[in-house]
Ligand binder design. Structure first.
Ligand SMILES: CCCCCCCCC/C=C/C(=O)SCCNC(=O)CCNC(=O)[C@H](O)C(C)(C)COP(=O)(O)OP(=O)(O)OC[C@H]1O[C@@H](n2cnc3c(N)ncnc32)[C@H](O)[C@@H]1OP(=O)(O)O
Ligand SMILES: NC(=O)C1=CN([C@@H]2O[C@H](COP(=O)(O)OP(=O)(O)OC[C@H]3O[C@@H](n4cnc5c(N)ncnc54)[C@H](OP(=O)(O)O)[C@@H]3O)[C@@H](O)[C@H]2O)C=CC1
Length: 280
């Protein structure tokens, strides 16, 4: 879809890039010439991902840093190490935590577990990069992966909904504050894209997976390539005038839930025939 060198010369950090959508994005950025660094808590997972990906071809080497983004000092150390051989160009805030639960049963530690990663961790990494971009007068680009319930809210994923709404607010706030310095911030709001991490935690019973995947007008889940193509565009210079935007990629799922008459897709042909005006 893109020229092979779309991202050549760019240094990109993908948080949570060892698995799932983060890994898919990291692989695609690398194929388009970016020098990609991935981070996460499980060092064995990161090392294995890099080993598998780097063995494939001679695109720029993908490297990793073990970092728990909930720990501001660890974030500082990681970002310092990344900058030590030249500034980063792009940050992709992808790392997240989530689970389903009835909200009245959440403990304070359960709330903190999700807010700590998604809200606090994301802001630590973004601010650590932003400070260095501003000080070095270097252009920057931040892409955050949110979710469509960042603006609608959602039952049973309360901490995630609160935290993703915060990341969206961060995106829009900093897009204005840092735009004059050549730093852009955008977000992607995905619908269902099958990953082990999400499906293990969010599908309560296996037979409900299909329902999650089909409750949108296109009646299917997203393909990773569809999301990574969008991410490549948003982190490339081709999207240079897009700032403070959130692009939804959900097959129309959230709109389907919004329109008052949308559930009428359940009507049969016979139902529609029956309500047509009768010829006089
Ligand atoms: C499908 C279609 C999609 C369709 C599309 C849907 C869109 C979804 C949008 C978002 C999707 C995602 O983010 S998907 C990303 C999924 N991936 C991840 O979550 C990866 C990282 N996750 C994790 O590491 C863990 O799951 C997480 C719990 C968040 C953090 O781990 P920690 O080790 O820090 O936490 P723990 O020590 O285990 O637990 C801390 C406290 O949280 C509580 N806790 C943990 N799990 C709990 C649970 N399930 N229910 C209640 N409470 C829970 C514990 O009891 C502890 O509280 P006390 O008992 O009081 O001590
Ligand atoms: N899959 C889907 O359908 C959807 C996903 N999303 C979003 O997409 C993104 C990726 O999710 P997905 O790929 O499905 O899930 P994964 O579980 O595969 O990815 C989450 C990643 O975040 C990392 N991570 C978690 N906590 C931390 C931490 N404290 N510090 C550093 N890294 C951390 C994990 O690695 P480790 O545990 O080793 O730290 C893991 O690699 C998330 O932002 C999610 O909210 C949004 C909507 C739908």
């Amino acid at each position: 879809m893109y020229k092979d060198d779309l991202l050549a010369g760019k240094k990109v950090l993908v948080t949570g890039g060892g698995t799932g959508l983060g890994r898919s994005m990291a692989e695609h950025f690398r194929r388009l010439g970016a020098a990609v660094v991935i981070c996460g808590r499980r060092q064995d997972v990161l090392a294995q991902t890099c080993e598998e990906v780097n063995a494939r071809d001679d695109a720029p080497e993908m490297t990793w840093k073990g970092c728990d983004i909930r720990d501001a000092q660890a974030v500082h150390d990681m970002v310092e190490a990344i900058w030590s051989d030249g500034p980063l160009d792009v940050l992709v805030n992808n790392a997240a935590g989530n689970f389903i639960s009835r909200s009245h049963e959440l403990s304070s530690r359960a709330v903190d577990a999700v807010l700590g990663i998604v809200l606090h961790g994301t802001s630590y990494v973004t601010l650590a990069c932003g400070k260095r971009w501003l000080a070095g007068e270097h252009a920057g680009n931040v892409l955050s992966i949110v979710t469509s319930y960042a603006w609608t809210g959602s039952a049973y994923v309360l901490p995630s909904a609160m935290a993703k709404a915060g990341v969206l607010a961060m995106t829009r706030s900093l897009a204005v504050e840092w735009g004059p310095h050549g730093i852009r911030l955008n977000a992607i709001a995905p619908g269902p894209f099958p990953t082990k991490g999400a499906w293990e935690r969010l599908v309560p019973r296996p037979e409900l997976a299909e329902r999650f995947e089909q409750k949108n007008p296109l009646r299917r889940a997203g393909r990773h390539e569809e999301l990574t193509n969008l991410a490549c565009y948003l982190i490339s210079d081709q999207s240079g005038y897009v700032n403070g935007e959130v692009v939804t990629i959900d097959g129309g799922e959230w709109l389907q839930g919004a329109g008052q008459f949308n559930f009428l897709s359940e009507m049969t042909d016979g139902d529609w025939e029956a309500i047509k005006p009768k010829k006089k």
